[in-house]
Every structure is written in C-alpha cells, then in structure tokens.
Design a protein around this ligand. Structure first.
Ligand code: ZN
Length: 64
C-alpha cells in the first residue's frame, strides 16, 4: 500500500485532527498543516507541508 492510500485509510475525522495538531517550530505552537505531501517512513507515514499561520515547513509522523 502506498503512503497516500495509508493516509486515506485513516478515518476522516482522525485525519483532520492530525492535520490540526502539527507542531510548528517557528510559532512554537500547535498549527494546522497546509499543502502537504505524504511520504513513506519506516515508522509509518509522514506528512510534510507548511504551517498555515506562518508558512514554515512542518512535518508530522503518523504511526501505523
Ligand atoms: Zn508556524
């Protein structure tokens, strides 16, 4: 299964919780991830995108 399918196999409400719960190192706060891509990782999948507030790059590991 590719990373995108793994992501889509997560229930929609959980996915939106994950998207809204990404730590931004510039805001030093929890942020929403914007325009992200999904990549395979040995621990699961990783969302890589930008902080909605400041545009800084953020990433979020989703363990599977
Ligand atoms: Zn930010």
């Amino acid at each position: 299964m590719d990373a995108n399918k793994k992501w889509l196999s997560i229930p929609k409400d959980i996915r939106s919780q994950i998207r809204d719960n990404v730590f931004c190192a510039r805001c030093l706060d929890v942020a929403t991830i914007n325009s992200f891509t999904i990549e395979e990782d040995k621990f699961g999948i990783v969302l890589k995108g930008k902080c909605k507030k400041c545009g800084h790059e953020v990433a979020r590991l989703v363990e599977k």
